[in-house]
Design a protein around this ligand. Sequence first.
Ligand code: ATR
Length: 275
Amino acid sequence: MTTTDRYGVMGYPVSHSRSPVIHRLFALQTNQDIQYELLQVSAEKLETAVRQFQRTGGKGLNITVPHKAEVARLCNHLSERASTAGAANTLSFVDSEIHGDNTDGIGLLRDLAVNLGVHLEAADILILGAGGATRGIVGPLLEMQPASLLIANRTVGKAELIADQLKRLGPVSTCTFDDIPVDTDYDLIINATSAGFKGETPPYPENAVSPGTFCYDLSYGLKPTPFSVWAREHGAARSVMGWGMLVEQAAESFSIWRKVRPDTAPVLKQMKITA
Ligand code: ATR
């Protein structure tokens, strides 16, 4: 009988996912005997696939695009951060129950605050986009007590929905791309749209970048993303892609499952990524 514990990442599509490599590196580093699979599952098969993974002895799953919100409904318990985000990216199978957590926000915070030294307290923050990714990061960012957090979105109603749910946590406001105030020196601009991913270029706000602005793209790639190129061209102090967030959110999932925290720095390095 094998003692290897099974984990995996479920999404659609999922073949591009770096999670298996990251979790294998964490397991090697911390001497954990785990197996981590790539599981491509369409929306209509999500529930069956999750329950089957659980039934056949799986210990935990990462859930990625587009299933994070839907999977939260299958959970018997949701952590506070998953409940605030309305989405789960980490499932743990405990006895016969499904526990859901969301490590995206803490992953971003760790990358920004610990790896990159960005000060979030009293910062003016602009987030572009109001989809699932934004939903996962607004709560944790507000808890860092920024001076302001503005969510700009093509469809402003979606931004308003997120802001209404989370305004109890801090100063959050919304607008369209066209209405982004240009008289604010944003300390941090985060691209949370899926535009670059789809090869589209949204009307990024021309005058929002000032020489002190740190630009962070939640998307990442082997080549610079359209947003990171745009940020550099517009004179951002620094422009970084979301590799660090990817590794940090994975480390948080790994810690939840294995009760041991891996060191993320060598993993980032081993993936030949410059953060
Ligand atoms: P995710 O889960 O990755 O956040 P999503 O929920 O589909 O994905 O959200 C995608 C976000 O990117 C949305 O804010 C979307 O804007 P709308 O809410 O108006 O749809 C934004 N987005 C995608 N393509 C875009 C484009 N070409 N221009 C501007 N915004 C875009």
